[in-house]
Design a protein around this ligand. Structure first.
Ligand code: HEM
Ligand SMILES: *[C@@H]1O[C@H](CO)[C@@H](O)[C@H](O)[C@H]1NC(C)=O
Ligand SMILES: CC(=O)N[C@H]1CO[C@H](CO)[C@@H](O)[C@@H]1O
Length: 324
């Protein structure tokens, strides 16, 4: 090779190799293989123990992961406790009453990890939350999948950072699409992830406007009457009802079958069936659980890549609720 072509190859490589950095951090399923080889079973045992105490472990952990990822990335910033006048993410009204059992699941799994000398302070809270979420899904009958790991914990958590970052139950498909696409997720990912509402609870206030006068016409009449009974006016604001009226404790594709019958609890659920853009997807996954599970795994994996922190942008917290 002549000198000229060597220079050419070198400059080509400079521009291609150096400036084509990956846009997101490189996560790996075997990240802790040499650092804390048993991390998966340690977390799974802790989540299983917590699950045996309360089923709320399942929905609370799944929702915590979603909120964590949509606000400043999957960096466990949602777990930070507020101190004095500094209000953290979890104390924003849009934390939408995250159940304390999700936080407790991560704290307990972290304690179990740190009880192993080799693992102590080597596994991030963000990764523990990602693993615990997968374990919660499996414990309730959902699909298992390999979790990509290697996230660091974030260095900031403010209530104001939550503003406008979480979807509202009143959203239509355009609003859902734009918020999910801002996080690198497609319409299909959005429909798949929404099925997390196959488990868990909602407070009456989140859908009260749909069962008032007049009743939302896209709501099944029988279901609307049931909801009115469970959520009368001036109901105790702490009352929460099952989001999936049929199989509330099973992570399955019942969510889509419910939508076909007008039994989506929120406007943001029911629009997935009423809107012609998403209805074919709902129909496919209502009749094909395997196809749903595959789409869900792919979407969860993409959700887990949102805003991942590496290098100087994060660290491994000693206490998941407190910055080091
Ligand atoms: C698509 C837009 C979404 C909207 C508008 C939405 C909204 C809501 C609302 C209003 C609640 C009830 C909160 C309460 O009253 O306590 C809720 C609960 C829940 N959400 Fe979503 N959500 C969405 C997507 C997701 C996604 C993507 C996931 C997870 C992958 C998720 C997981 C959950 C879970 C598991 C619960 C039950 C929480 C519990 O029982 O403690 N949601 N959601
Ligand atoms: C409404 O729900 C009832 C009972 O759960 C069901 O039999 C009926 O088919 C549903 N209606 C529609 C329009 O899907
Ligand atoms: C679990 C948790 O921290 N929930 C908080 C959510 O936000 C409200 C205020 O908006 C707090 O009162 C809750 O304690």
């Amino acid at each position: 090779m002549g000198r000229f072509s060597l220079v050419l190859v070198w400059s080509l490589c400079l521009s291609l190799c150096m400036f084509s950095k990956p846009t997101s951090a490189q996560l790996k399923t075997n990240f802790y293989a040499n650092i804390c080889p048993n991390v998966e079973s340690i977390v799974k045992n802790a989540v299983t123990k917590k699950f045996q105490q309360t089923f709320v472990t399942v929905p609370a952990t799944i929702r915590l992961f979603f909120h964590d990822c949509f606000v400043q990335g999957c960096d466990a910033s949602i777990i930070i406790a507020s101190t004095g006048r500094n209000k953290a993410e979890k104390d924003h009204p849009d934390n939408l009453s995250l159940a304390g059992d999700g936080f407790d699941t991560v704290i307990k799994a972290k304690a179990a990890v740190d009880a192993v000398a080799q693992c102590r302070n080597k596994v991030s809270c963000a990764d523990i939350l990602a693993l615990a979420t997968r374990d919660a899904i499996v414990l309730s009958g959902g699909p298992s999948y390999q979790v990509e790991l290697g996230r660091l914990d974030g260095l900031s958590s403010t209530s104001s950072s939550v503003n406008g970052k979480l979807p509202q139950p009143t959203f239509n498909v355009n609003q859902l699409n734009s918020m999910f696409s801002a996080n690198g997720l497609t319409q299909s990912d959005m429909v798949a992830l929404s099925a997390a509402h196959t488990v868990g609870f909602s407070h009456c206030s989140k859908f009260a406007s749909r069962i008032g006068n007049p009743v939302d016409t896209t709501l099944n009449k029988t279901y609307a009457a049931e909801l009115q009974q469970q959520c009368p006016q001036n109901v105790d604001p702490d009352i929460a009802i099952n989001m999936d009226p049929n199989t509330p404790r099973t992570f399955d594709n019942m969510y889509y079958k419910n939508l076909q019958q007008g039994k989506g609890l929120f406007t943001s659920d029911q629009v997935l069936f009423t809107d012609a853009r998403t209805r074919p997807t709902v129909n496919t996954w209502a009749s094909n659980n395997a196809a749903f599970q595959q789409a869900f795994i792919s979407a969860m994996t993409k959700l887990g890549r949102v805003g991942v922190k590496t290098g100087n942008n994060g660290n491994i917290r000693r206490d998941c609720a407190v910055f080091n």
